[in-house]
Design a protein around this ligand. Structure first.
Ligand code: HEC
Length: 92
């Protein structure tokens, strides 16, 4: 019994697509693991001293750090995860 040709092609496409999805998922995991491995203090030291001497955590309230975090995220070009970690560190 011979299968119609298009079935094999769609199977091939489906397989290739699944492999692509799995590889992308593994790849994106690696990136977030790198971020996850870093503490808020480390991310703060790496990202926030480039342009200015960052004021000490006690300079601003927790609410102020939230706002500053959002504002400086656009300046430092960091991800949401990185910003959350830095802001959590600064709020302590
Ligand atoms: C690309 C440069 C740049 C980076 C990176 C950067 N900032 Fe800033 N920051 C500025 C500039 C410019 C200002 C002055 C206010 C403005 O125009 O936004 C500022 C102002 C501030 C202020 C207010 C200072 C004050 O005394 O009122 C705080 C606090 C601050 N940044 C914290 C941070 C933190 C935390 C990070 C890391 C997430 C960061 N900054 C990363 C450029 C940067």
């Amino acid at each position: 019994m011979k299968r119609p040709k298009f079935k094999n092609i769609s199977l091939l496409i489906a397989t290739a697509f699944s492999i692509f999805i799995v590889v992308s998922l593994i790849d994106s995991c690696k990136v977030s693991q790198q971020v996850a491995a870093k503490s808020g203090a480390q991310l703060w030291a790496e990202n926030c001293q480039r342009c200015h001497n960052t004021p000490s955590p006690s300079t601003f309230s927790a609410e102020q750090w939230e706002t500053i975090g959002l504002h400086m995220q656009t300046r430092a070009l960091i991800t949401d995860d990185e910003r959350k970690k830095i802001v959590d560190f600064l709020k302590q």
